[in-house]
Ligand binder design. Structure first.
Ligand code: AMP
Ligand code: FE
Ligand code: FE
Ligand code: ZN
Length: 273
């Protein structure tokens, strides 16, 4: 059983600030034994990830994180996929479609910000993104324009629900996200369950076919780790874990790699792909 594992992180292909090769280098430095890249709605980092893994002798794997939409799910439910076959028919096409919808959403957010007098252009946003667009790139543009000092400030003041820049997510429903991961041969797991709701809402998601839950997470308290761990066990779910590292300058830069020997998670932690 490996000790340090990372099953949830982001690269420049979505809203991270490091390339897949830089993530691999950092993982090696941190003593991580398995690194899974889970960019939002993109698997394009795969070739670079595998090349770097080979060069550095690190066990690397390609996963996905799909941000969902719909009642109760918008910006709350993110589904992680592990062990997917990237060449599975329709899989990468669906992701491309989600990315198109993200572009539409980002344009709407820019319009909302312009409506309150902020001189931001969609091009400012796109210029800072490599592939998948999202609110973090709007936040980065606001930072470059001197409106805010950090991604966090941009979210707090403009980009979360109830703030003037917000528009609803245009991602797939949780049912669609789960089905497409399973159809591609993968395991669908709920990311950061604390954002998705309480037990009744989570049970509803598991009825849709979710197979696992993020138990170890950089943002979890020891009590949350223990509770989600017990929950995974009693409900027969896979327990997975990662840091949700996004790279320097993102405010989501907890140490890359999670200690899988964490006692609180119990003996159930599985490396599932
Ligand atoms: P989007 O995919 O456009 O809905 O944006 C969601 C992403 O924004 C998440 O995956 C996080 O990486 C990032 N995010 C959300 N809240 C914050 C925050 N307060 N500070 C920095 N990044 C955030
Ligand atoms: Fe993110
Ligand atoms: Fe997420
Ligand atoms: Zn994430």
């Amino acid at each position: 059983m490996p000790k340090r594992v990372e099953l949830h992180c982001h690269s420049i292909y979505s809203d991270g600030t490091l390339t897949p090769a830089e993530l691999v280098a950092r993982a090696v430095k941190n003593g991580v034994e398995i690194l899974t890249l889970t960019d939002h709605d993109s698997i394009s980092g795969g070739p670079e990830l595998f090349a770097a893994g080979k060069a550095e002798g690190l066990d690397v794997r390609l996963g996905i994180e799909i941000n969902c939409a719909g009642p109760g799910a918008s910006d709350r439910v993110h589904v992680l996929g592990y062990g997917i076959d990237p060449a599975s028919p329709g899989f990468s096409g669906r992701l491309a479609e989600f990315r198109e919808r993200r572009t539409v959403r980002s344009k709407r957010i820019v319009e909302n910000l312009r409506a309150i007098g902020i001189a931001i252009e969609f091009e400012d946003v796109r210029a800072g993104a490599f592939e998948t667009l999202g609110r973090p790139h709007v936040a980065d543009a606001l930072r470059r324009l001197g409106v805010v000092k950090s991604r966090k400030e941009a979210f707090d003041r403009f980009l979360v629900k109830g703030k003037p820049g917000y528009t609803e997510s245009m991602g797939p429903s949780p049912a669609e996200a789960i089905a497409m991961i399973r159809d591609a041969g993968g395991k669908a797991c709920l990311a950061h369950p604390q954002t998705a709701g309480k037990e009744p809402e989570l049970d509803e998601l598991f009825r849709l076919g979710l197979q696992g839950i993020e138990v170890l997470y950089a943002g979890h308290t020891p009590t949350q780790v223990k509770n989600y761990g017990e929950w995974a066990k009693t409900k027969g779910l896979l327990a997975v874990g990662g840091s949700d590292f996004h790279g320097p300058g993102t405010g989501r830069e907890e140490k890359l790699g999670i200690d899988y020997s964490d006692e609180a998670a119990g003996p159930i932690m599985e490396i599932i792909h």
